[in-house]
Design a protein around this ligand. Structure first.
Ligand SMILES: [Zn+2]
Length: 435
């Protein structure tokens, strides 16, 4: 009896041991980076994690019901962390056609019972690079300003638009259903000298084709940006800290400088990210309005030296207009659009952002009251709230600025009906009827 009991214990322990081995983990397969397009010869880097090594691994591409093997591991590996590089593409798999396909990478672990894992993803096959043809217009550029370019892309591509230095501006189909595309793009106030704007089309793996546009910079004189000294006193610093850093401790001037840098940067990032909340159509038909009866106390891209007790403690560039009328004046929507932000935003205080379509947006800061909600449609001239001095403002005014695909630009061209006619309406149809 005792012997039988011992035998049972041994058998149970043996099984437990076997089961522990059986719980060998499934391998992990990842692509670094993830491939979304396959061209002539596209490098793929696969990482497979499996504690006991990898018995076999392979990759296939599936397209239109056919399955092509594109890689096979030459010999098993006993290493836990493996990275293998291979090429896929039309040069080695000539059966691939332009269009959608699926890339599948499979791996099986060494240890019994062999566990399988796979990575799967959609890819676009591009048998030959797309071609880009750009309009032959002269594009007159000024720092801080915008323009519009039309172009065609033929062939298969992933993304297209305009690249200015490290900034990209999206391309949109022509609004009237005509063939071709257009991009609204900014030549940002701080664009390095000699930067040529390029129309581009990307087709995966970091590959892209670009085409220059005919441009002149500047046609007339580049508007001069000014430099101002802004005197800070304790009263203003305390006002800003009380509102934007009420729980903070330490040197007030250091805290102010921190807000002026870090919070400004974070707030500008929030504004820039609103580029993705845009309508794929023109929401406006008439030129943009400049707040009626307002005096400009500051203009676009002015450099401000912040002076405290005779010492310069900071410097920032002011990317908007400070428009003053009277205290608590009604803040007018600059044009028809959709409210995409209506809430406090750090240094901008109570802030409204209105989207006008195709990445073009207007920003209204320092309000004492907001009377619209996110999602509201507004009309040109409609009062959306009252001016004030919330955020980093020393007196009652509206901070008005404009951004194009997340890049802040000088609104003054958009206030000018002639400029809109020559640069926008000449090239695309605004508001459904040709002008
Ligand atoms: Zn301002």
């Amino acid at each position: 009896m005792r012997k039988i009991f011992l035998l049972i214990v041994v058998v149970v322990l043996l099984f437990a041991g076997v089961f522990r081995i059986r719980r060998s983990p499934r391998p992990v397969v990842e692509l670094r980076p993830v491939i979304t397009a396959v061209g002539q010869t596209t490098p793929v880097s696969v990482r497979v994690l499996a504690p006991s090594g990898v018995r076999k691994a392979s990759a296939v591409i599936e397209q239109n019901g056919a399955r092509y093997q594109v890689w096979d591991l030459a010999q098993p590996s006993t290493v836990a962390d493996n990275t293998w590089n291979f090429n896929v593409g039309v040069s080695t798999t000539p059966q691939l056609k332009d269009g959608k396909a699926r890339l599948i990478v499979e791996a099986t672990s060494n240890q019994w019972p062999h566990k399988e894992a796979q990575w799967e993803g959609d890819v676009t096959v591009v048998t030959r690079p797309p071609t880009v043809s750009v309009d032959s217009d002269q594009h007159y550029l000024y720092l801080g300003m915008a323009d519009l370019v039309t172009f065609d892309v033929s062939g298969t591509y992933e993304q297209a638009g305009v690249r200015v230095g490290d900034q990209t501006f999206r391309a949109w189909p022509m609004p009237d259903g005509k063939p071709g595309m257009f991009s609204l793009f900014a030549y940002a106030w701080n664009t390095p000298g000699g930067t040529a704007p390029l129309v581009y089309a990307s087709f995966g793996g970091g590959s892209q084709v670009t085409s220059p546009m005919v441009y002149q910079f500047p046609k007339k004189e580049q508007p001069k940006y000014t430099v101002h000294d802004l005197q800070l006193d304790d009263h203003f610093i305390q006002k800003v800290l009380g509102e934007l850093d009420p729980m903070g401790t330490g040197d007030p001037v250091a805290r102010f400088v921190k807000i002026n840098n870090e919070m400004r940067k974070a707030n500008n990032k929030t504004l820039s990210d609103l580029r993705f909340k845009t309508a794929e159509k023109f929401l406006w038909t008439e030129p943009f309005l400049r707040q009626s009866g307002a005096k400009a106390e500051a203009t676009f891209a002015d450099t401000r030296n912040y002076i405290y007790q005779g010492k310069k403690i900071d410097q920032q560039v002011h990317l908007g207009y400070d428009l003053a009328v009277t205290q608590h004046v009604g803040v007018q929507a600059s044009n028809d659009g959709k409210v995409i932000w209506a809430a406090p935003l750090g240094i901008y205080g109570n802030c409204i952002v209105v989207d006008h379509g195709y990445g073009l947006q207007t920003i209204y800061g320092h309000l004492s009251r907001i009377d619209v909600h996110e999602g509201d449609m507004v009309k040109r001239g409609q009062v959306m709230g009252l001016s004030g001095m919330t955020g980093m403002a020393g007196g009652d005014h509206i901070h008005f600025s404009m951004q194009l695909d997340g890049v802040q630009i000088d609104p003054k061209e958009w206030w000018d009906p002639h400029w809109i006619k020559d640069h926008i309406e000449k090239r695309v149809e605004v508001g459904g009827s040709a002008k």
